[in-house]
Structure formats: structure tokens, C-alpha cells
Design a protein around this ligand. Structure first.
Ligand code: MN3
Length: 205
């Protein structure tokens, strides 16, 4: 008997579509989650299906193209999942604490300096991409990464703790071309509790 294999699914949000306004309006968040994020879920599953079909038909698949498609779409699925969960309604996400706060202060000198560098990373991302707070276990140091598209310039093995989507589709409904306004408003919606949990699980693991 053939066992059904798992496929990618669109994860539900942990808050309502209206709950991040005015940082993200209901229209903006609904579009982003149900259209854009859903498209990466479909894209990832479609790439896997192409490989499976080629195997079933015993023909060669265009693996170079499929590998690229898979990387882009799985990256999109994963980063959006992290993104929704590292956001919270205004005032609900607490402030950085515990060892994560200690590590940020040790590296950047202050939380404000960290926020400044993360903001600059997000604002300077060319075209479509992400700013990501990551942690390198080898050096035991946090590191802000700029990910192009969903997968380019990402460093394997660095744990992604917090992300900010700066693709135009993330903010254009509410902010038009004013990305820095969107990035500034992000700081009122950071779910530090969730990010702290990701960090603790990573350093203990
Ligand atoms: Mn997006």
C-alpha cells in the first residue's frame, strides 16, 4: 500500500486579520497570507509533484529548474510562517528578555543599536527580500542577515530567530513606496516572547 506523503500547508495565523492594523491593514494582511503565502505553498508542492511524476513515468525531470523552484518556494513558505509568528498585536509581544537580550546587548552594545542595524538592513534590501535576526551557534553571536528573494544570501546553519518581509507585496497596500514607515511600525508588533522561545530552544538543542 502506498503511504500518502506529507505536503506543505498554509499555516493559520495566531491572530485575526484585523489585529495588526494600522501596521498592517486587514486588506494587506489578508492578501499577503491568503494569496502570496498560499502561492509559495502551492509552488513548493508543485515542484515536489513534478519530481514524483517524473519518477513514476520513469523519465528525466529538469532537476536544475525544479531545484531552484523548490528552494524559492520552500524558503517563502518557511519565512512567512516565521514572520506571522514573530508578529503580535500592538503591546502584546513584550520586550526582549532573558539570554537573548543579553546576547543582543553584548553584540550591539544596546537593544536600540540592534534595532537601528536591523532597520538599516531591512531598508537597504534591494528589490524583494527579508531582514533576519539569526544566531550563529559556532561563534555564539547574533547576526543580522539580508535575504534576497526567499533564499539568496541565507547562510546555512544559522538559526533564523526573527524576520521582516520587505517585499513590496508586504506593505504596498498601506504604505505605497514608503518602506521605512512600514519598517518603523514593525517594532510595535514584534513578538519578543516567541523570538525568545526560538532562541532558547536553539541554544539548548
Ligand atoms: Mn511576503
Amino acid at each position: 500500500m502506498e503511504v500518502a506523503k506529507k505536503t506543505y500547508q498554509l499555516p493559520p495565523l495566531k491572530y485575526g486579520y484585523k489585529d495588526l492594523a494600522p501596521f498592517m491593514s486587514e486588506e494587506q494582511l489578508t492578501l499577503h497570507h491568503t494569496k502570496h503565502h498560499a502561492a509559495y505553498v502551492a509552488g513548493a508542492n508543485a515542484a515536489i509533484e513534478k519530481m514524483e511524476k517524473a519518477r513514476k513515468d520513469n523519465v528525466d525531470a529538469d532537476l536544475k529548474a525544479i531545484a531552484k523552484e523548490l528552494s524559492f518556494n520552500v524558503g517563502g513558505w518557511y519565512l512567512h510562517k516565521l514572520f506571522w509568528d514573530n508578529l503580535a498585536p500592538a503591546g502584546a509581544g513584550g520586550s526582549p528578555g532573558g539570554r537573548l537580550a543579553d546576547e543582543l546587548i553584548k553584540e550591539y552594545g544596546s537593544i536600540d543599536r540592534f534595532k537601528k542595524e536591523f532597520t538599516q538592513t531591512a531598508n537597504s534590501c534591494e528589490g524583494s527580500g527579508w531582514a533576519a535576526l539569526t544566531f550563529c551557534k559556532n561563534l555564539e553571536r547574533p547576526y543580522v542577515m539580508q535575504i534576497e528573494k526567499h533564499n539568496v544570501n541565507a547562510i546555512p546553519g544559522f538559526k533564523v530567530l526573527m524576520v521582516l518581509d520587505v517585499w513590496e507585496h508586504a506593505y504596498y497596500v498601506d504604505y505605497k513606496n514608503l518602506r521605512p514607515k512600514f519598517v518603523e511600525a514593525f517594532w510595535n508588533h514584534v513578538n519578543w516572547e516567541e523570538i525568545g522561545k526560538r532562541f532558547d530552544a536553539h541554544v539548548k538543542g
